[in-house]
Design a binder for this molecule. Structure first.
Ligand SMILES: NC(=O)c1ccc[n+]([C@@H]2O[C@H](COP(=O)([O-])OP(=O)(O)OC[C@H]3O[C@@H](n4cnc5c(N)ncnc54)[C@H](OP(=O)(O)O)[C@@H]3O)[C@@H](O)[C@H]2O)c1
Length: 257
């Protein structure tokens, strides 16, 4: 699929900004969503320098009504080909050993899981009516196995992964594609908050390139690095005690955002 009208949440930096820059070309209209006006304007300028048309919206993905009104208005103007739920935050065990706590855990679920649902659901009836378009959900390899230091993040990504797998089975026969994305570590403001090892870490641009290529070939899943996704998926097949021992090899601390 070559998308022409693309909406991306979390487009102000990191992976979302890299995706926007890589899709930017003269035929493409990019709807860029985030909360940092200055950063979004810089990403938009870089995309326009490559010939793309852009529009920006400052919206918190937790605000379901505002997000629905925005994306339906954009879809009225130009039908959306691709919607990418990328906005995300993280939390976890702090450097002093404190647990993430109720407030942080709740926010992670609200942004990463509910925020994606807030983005996608309003558009689904339109995509189904047109029998066209694609939904892309940025989960994580952390979707495949709960890691000891980031319970809410893993839960949010496991929920998002399950949501995407369900949607793909539901919508595929009706002409709407779904790409479920599970990256391992890539360099960004988020991953720089993780104190610990970052195995097989990619640059943000390399991660974005894999996603752009997966969507271009209408892939249902994009999991990278594959060996990391495979290892974490394998843990689910082990007895709980053994799986927990292996999961404890992935220990880290998460600094304040
Ligand atoms: N980095 C990694 O190693 C890694 C690995 C696997 C998966 N991921 C996933 O990849 C996605 C992108 O991560 P990243 O590393 O690029 O993170 P990042 O650099 O921290 O960027 C996060 C983006 O999400 C936006 N955002 C956060 N909260 C928001 C909210 N409430 N409403 C609207 N936008 C919000 C931020 O924009 P504003 O600040 O402007 O709102 C920003 O553009 C996330 O879903 C993350 O979980 C990352």
């Amino acid at each position: 699929m070559i998308p022409r009208c693309i909406i991306i949440t979390g487009a102000s930096r990191g992976l979302g900004a890299a995706l926007a820059r890589q899709w930017a070309s003269p035929d493409v209209l990019l709807g860029l969503i985030g909360r940092d006006a200055l950063a979004l304007a810089e990403v938009a300028a870089a995309c326009e320098a490559k010939g793309a048309t852009t529009r920006i919206a400052l919206i918190d993905v937790r605000d379901a009504d505002a997000l629905a009104a925005l994306v339906l208005g954009w879809d009225d103007a130009v039908p959306v080909d691709l919607v990418v739920a990328n906005a995300g935050i993280t939390s976890g065990t702090r450097p002093d050993g404190a647990l993430e706590g109720h407030q942080a855990a709740t926010q992670v679920l609200a942004v990463n899981l509910q925020g994606a649902v807030n983005l996608v659901e309003p558009l689904l009836p339109r995509l189904l009516a047109r029998r066209a378009g694609r939904v892309a959900l940025v989960a994580s390899v952390a979707a495949f196995r709960g890691l000891p230091d980031s319970p809410a993040y893993c839960a949010s990504k496991a929920g998002l992964w399950a949501y995407g797998e369900s949607l793909r089975a539901l919508l595929g026969p009706r002409g709407v594609g779904v790409t479920n994305i599970a990256p391992g570590f890539f360099d960004s403001a988020m991953s720089r908050r993780f104190q610990g090892s970052h195995p097989f870490k990619l640059t943000g641009e390399a991660a974005a390139a894999r996603i752009v290529a997966a969507i271009a070939r209408d892939a249902g899943r994009s999991i990278f690095p594959r060996r990391m996704g495979f290892s974490l998926r394998l843990l689910e097949l082990l007895p709980a005690g053994l799986a927990d021992r292996a999961a404890r090899l992935f220990r880290f601390k998460v600094t304040e955002g």
